[in-house]
Write a protein that binds this ligand. Sequence first.
Ligand code: GDP
Length: 528
Amino acid sequence: MTDIRKEIEKRRTFAIISHPDAGKTTLTEKFLLYGGAINLAGSVKGKATARHAVSDWMEIEKERGISVTSSVLQFNYDGYCINILDTPGHQDFSEDTYRTLMAADSAVMVIDASKGVEAQTRKLFKVCVMRHIPIFTFINKMDRDANDTFELLDDIEKELGIATCPINWPIGSGKSFKGVYERGSGKITVFADTEKGTKEGEAREIPLDSPEIDEIVSEEQKSQLMDEIELLDGASAEFDQELVSKGELSPVFFGSALTNFGVEIFLKHFLSMTTSPLPRMADIGVVDPMEESFSAFVFKIQANMNKAHRDRIAFMRICSGEFDAGMEVYHVQGDRKQRLSQPQQMMAQERHIVDHAYAGDIIGVFDPGIFSIGDTICMPGKKFSYEGIPTFAPEHFARVRQVDTMKRKQFIKGINQIAQEGAIQIFQEFNTGMEEIIVGVVGVLQFEVLKYRLENEYNVDIILENLPYEHIRWIENKDIDLNKLVGTSDMKKVKDLKGNPLLLWVNSWSIGMTLDRNEGLELAEFGR
Ligand code: GDP
């Protein structure tokens, strides 16, 4: 096997999706610990310390030369080269969060055992389903009182519509959490509240039929476990790698990231069940990651990350072959040959220049303003384009206008450029002469970013007037007469930059009503 093949085959590129506070940061930190990337994972207590832990990694990175970035973390474990993609949550939640999932080959869904499926997980999950990538579930915080295990699984199946297959099973929760029973081996891994931040937790394994069990598990817990195993074996889906690979069956694991219990068990199983870099669709057909010829697509553009440099960084996912910093590549949409400027694998105060990277890896390159989301980069002479990145439905809308009407030109230019970067989406009202612009965003913070950037970069003050719409759908029917469409009282017809017709509603139930009133109407949640 050639070196390139080996490099690509050992790559595992995945995103962790969760609702804020479910434990994504803590779990990531523990993964890094196993990768030997850090000696002591900071014990993450609250949000403030969580941030602190991240900045600590940067120091460590400088020392060890590992790749730690706000966007991608790369580390080695057990012969694998792992790329974890960060999906920003909280107030940073934006379209970028969705787009990041386009660069991943699988997803790990972290769920708080006392909460079940929450809003943000639900949203991100939809994108994973659209892509048919494998989805793994880690049910976290078992050291706290948890919901009933069957109910948790039921919640995932009902809320998300994916079958689940527990690989292990918890014994109790909270104060009475005793460990997990591994269904494959029939062994119990005994819970030990590992000294926070150390790797070698006491991972004691005891066969279920060993007399030692009685010292750890009460009679009542044991008989409950036996009942649950029986029920589980009879009722739950069997493990089926093919269904897992297609994203139709989610292997489920239980643990506690904070106390570092069940994390390594999860990591090991996950790495063996997930996939090496996946082939990608392009206009020339499917492109295999093992193809020698380098290719990548841009999935995220970050403007002005560093105030000292007013530049943009284009993040690209390498989809085939090897990237070599010295080589000349071809930017398909720009129809230009070029060398990628300052390719880097790390984004922070410190930027590491990469010399080589492989299919599965993410690199960030300096962008003087030539790249757009979804662009393809390949080798000269091998022109093709990867399938575009869909437009994700915004969830917040505002009417926007400039304060000084004399500045119409700058305003239009600025807002169009910012929309091209993919930070916002702009819509116009259908059939009205009014030059009204409606801005849609996934995360409300984007409104502030828009205002700030228009003021600072284009010298235009704007007024944003929030609109009550929360739901949007693209109309799929090619030849529809919008004037004949029978809507609801809370509906608005708009069009996007490409002239595609869309509908906005205030209430979610109005979507169904509109569908009922217009036979044959086809609506899509993602724009093309
Ligand atoms: P994120 O927002 O998903 O990245 O969540 P964090 O990793 O920052 O965790 C949120 C809070 O939950 C923090 O206070 C963590 O210390 C805590 N936490 C994370 N994992 C566990 C766990 O397994 N058990 C308990 N009890 N707390 C946890």
